[in-house]
Every structure is written in C-alpha cells, then in structure tokens.
Design a protein around this ligand. Structure first.
Ligand code: ADP
Length: 440
C-alpha cells in the first residue's frame, strides 16, 4: 500500500472529522487508532489519518508519538504529512502545536511550515494572523474558558511563537488572494529569514484551495480539517494518474470484508445530549426495541447484573432486528447521579458497562454497531481493540459510516456519533447506511 497523504491528528474526534473531510473530497481514507503496529495490513487507500491523544499531554511525549506516526506514514509512501490540530488552535504556551511542528520539520528537513487552522465552513477564519470563531476573536469566544487549553490570545503568530524554538511569520490575506505562486514565494522568503513556520490567512474556502495546493510543494503542513480539505481537493485535481477519485461511489469500502445485509445490529447510547435523547425517542416510536440501563443500580455496584440483564434482553431480540440499549437520561437525572457518585466516576462506570455490552454483542455476531456519545465511543473502540477504520459515506454531517480494518474484528460496520450530531432519524439512517457499505 502506498499512500499520498499522511495525517497525524492530535485527538480522536478531530481525526474522524478530518478523515470524513478527506473522504468527502475524494480521497479513499483510513483512520487508525494510535500509531499502527508495524504489521497492520491496510487496503489500498490514498490517505491515512493516525489518531493520537496528544493535544493536552506533555509536549515531549506528544513529539515522540508524532514522530512515530510520521515514520509509519512516510514508510508507506506519504509525500506530504499534515499535522492536524484543532480549528480553534487548542494548545497552551507549553505546546503542543509548536514543539510537534518543529520536530516534524526537523525530521522532514524542510523550510518554513505553512500553518493554518481556518475552516470558514464552520465559522473559523484567520485574518492578519488572528483567529475568529463565528466572527468573534478567539480570546473573546467560549474557548477563552476551555478547561484544558484556555485560549486568551487570538493572534496565532504570537501564540505559536510562544511555543516554538524558531521564528513564526505571517502570510497575510493579500498574499493568499494572489494565489499559489505568491504563497510559495512568501514561504520561500520566510525560510530565507530563518522562520520555522508561518501562519497563513484564510477567510473563505477558496483560500484553503490555494493553501492546500501551496502546502503540497513541501513535505509538511499544520492545520485543521479545512486545510485537509484544501489538500485533498488539490490532490484530486492532479488528475487521473492519481489513484484518487472524485466520486464518493468510487471510493467505497467494497471488498474490505463484508457485512451481510440484514446482519445483527445494535445501537448503544451513552450520550445524554438533547439530540441523542430525541433520536432515541424517534427510534422507539418507529418500533426499535429499547432497553434502558438501570444506572442507579449500576453505580451502586450492580454493574455485572445490569450488564447481564441487558444482554439477556438483547439476545432474545437480536434475530428479529436491531436493538437499542441506552443509559441516556435527562440533565436533572444525570446531575443527581453525578451528585451522589461523582461526575467522572459515574461517567466511567456507565462507559465501561456499555463497553462490556458492546464486547458481548460483537461476540454474539452483531456486525452493525452504532454508538452515541464521544466518550462512550472511545470506551467501546478501546474495549474492542479496534485498530483502524475505513471511512465510508457520510450518514449525517461529520458522521461517516465506518468499516473496521486490522486484526481485531475486521469488517464490522460501525457509526460513532458524538452527542449533538445527527438529525432525529439518525439511528434508522445509520443502520440502513451500514447495511449498504458492502455495495458502495
Ligand atoms: P456526548 O458526546 O453527548 O458528550 P459522551 O459519551 O462523550 O456523550 O459523554 C456522556 C457521559 O455521560 C459518559 O461519560 C457517560 O458514561 C455518562 N452517562 C451516560 N448516561 C448517564 C447517566 N444516566 N447518568 C450519569 N452519567 C451518564
């Protein structure tokens, strides 16, 4: 397998978002969970997104993991590596965007690295080096109060400079407007001045196309899903000699293990968001059988019994159609559980119970699995030991159909939805799309 684009994402959900964006723009994409083991066998794809959890860890460890990921990607032919960061540039003065970019640049032996977290489609734009979130400067947006990475400065040149060993420059809007050649010239000037990276402006999707094309001339760039989309479009535009295809139908997941149509299916909901609770209500009204976990008993030490009951309930119904098992509850009920058991502790116990259930259901031949909840999804993915996902069609904005690859449970059809994603009929749509993936 030889890939064209390698990506290193600093968190799991950001990785999925990028992988989905690459797929949407015509690249056959795989997302791996962590740095892949050397022997991981992957199908022929154009792009691989290695998902790390390196956003808020110690900088030295983030560098180490990112370099491991880079080595794996380059070995598989990646000519360009995108270090994927959050579109709100989540980081602290201690790192990790600067140190990781510096280390990847040293490894690649290249000049100034183009850095751009903009994603105008989702309200993130960069102008004169300042990041705006839905029109508000970053330091006035809700990100100023982020529990892990409070963003108190909107000027990314300054932010990145505080994290970087070498100088940080700016490629302003006026230059980006002039096109690829002008951006390339600005990058060459920055390199000549000894700058290690430059923040590039982008306030519209067309700027991401310019930056994507400009970035591809170098082995490395740093940015969010928007830059990833620009890079994907630039690769696809290079023509038929490339293996990429513009048609989503041509980049399906056929041949990557088959999920028998009508195979056993289960939905697990650990998200308590308003959207998920609506989706559960709609599924119930449509006749999908629902089992609600007794969370209070679960938290009082009865986990194994609660899990066993849920499994007995599911086993009796799986042959007749999809089943839904949910811990989801109203904000008041959740707050009460958190008061009596502690928020993090309660969350962890519920996540582990749902992971237990997922493991047993997959062992019982469930081949289509929908999980609602970001943390819940992480717990299920880790428990099943999943190594990689092939990215399929989009079920809802930001939620692709996935097919597992690797040694553990290859060929499962999976959808992982974080809380607020998806329309009211998401569960039925997901089950139907997961049924179709083999024929994409
Ligand atoms: P979302 O994507 O909506 O934030 P997550 O899965 O990330 O969903 O987070 C939901 C958290 O709430 C998880 O830690 C989950 O275990 C926990 N949880 C789920 N149901 C309950 C409940 N009934 N009471 C308390 N906590 C719950």
């Amino acid at each position: 397998m030889s890939i064209q684009l390698g990506c290193i994402a600093d968190d799991y959900t950001g990785a999925s978002d990028l992988a989905n964006m690459l797929r949407r723009n015509g690249l056959r994409t795989v997302q791996t969970i962590g740095v892949p083991r050397p022997g991981l066998d992957l199908p022929e794809v154009d792009a691989v997104v290695v998902s790390l959890k390196s956003r808020s860890i110690e900088a030295a460890r983030a560098v180490e993991l990112s370099l491991e990921a880079e080595a794996w990607l380059r070995e598989r032919g990646a000519e360009h590596v995108l270090f994927k960061v959050c579109s709100t540039f989540d980081s602290t003065d201690a790192g990790n965007i600067g140190p990781v970019t510096d280390a990847l640049r040293a490894r690649a032996g290249c000049g100034a690295v183009l850095v751009n977290p903009a994603f105008p489609e989702t309200g993130r734009s960069v102008f004169q080096g300042n990041l705006f979130v839905n029109g508000v400067p970053l330091n006035e947006s809700p990100l100023k109060d982020h529990p892990l990475n409070p963003m108190r400065d909107a000027n990314l040149v300054r932010v990145l400079q505080r994290q970087s060993a070498s100088g940080v420059g700016l490629v302003p809007y006026a230059v980006v407007e002039q096109g690829v050649a002008a951006v390339r010239a600005a990058l060459a000037d920055a390199s000549a001045r000894g700058e290690g990276s430059v923040i590039a402006d982008a306030v519209a999707a067309r700027h991401l196309d310019v930056l994507g094309e400009a970035a591809l001339a170098d082995p490395l760039s740093t940015g969010a899903s928007g830059l990833g989309a620009g890079i994907a479009r630039a690769l696809v535009a290079r023509g038929p000699q490339r293996t990429v295809s513009k048609s989503p139908a041509d980049v399906g997941m056929s041949g990557q293990g088959s999920v028998a149509a009508g195979s056993r299916a289960a939905i697990l909901a650990g998200s308590c968001s308003a959207a998920t609770r609506r989706q559960i209500a709609v599924a119930e009204a449509a006749g999908i059988p629902i089992h609600r976990l007794d969370v209070s008993r679960l938290l009082e030490g009865g986990a194994s019994l609660v899990v066993a009951e849920a499994l007995a309930w599911a086993h009796a119904r799986l042959d007749a159609g999809p089943v839904l098992i949910a811990s989801s509850d109203t904000p008041d009920a959740v707050a009460a559980m958190q008061r009596s058991h502690g928020g993090a502790a309660a969350g962890h116990v519920v996540e582990q119970a749902l992971a237990d259930i997922a493991e047993a259901l997959v062992a019982a031949s469930v081949r289509r699995l929908v999980v609602a909840g970001g943390e819940t999804s992480g717990a299920v993915v880790d428990r099943l030991g999943l190594e990689a996902f092939l990215i399929g069609r989009e079920i809802a904005p930001g939620v692709p159909a996935l097919r597992t690859a690797g040694a553990h449970h290859a060929g499962l059809a999976v959808a992982l939805k974080s809380g607020n994603f998806g329309g009211d009929d998401f569960f039925a749509e997901a089950l139907s799309m997961l049924n179709q993936t083999e024929t994409d």
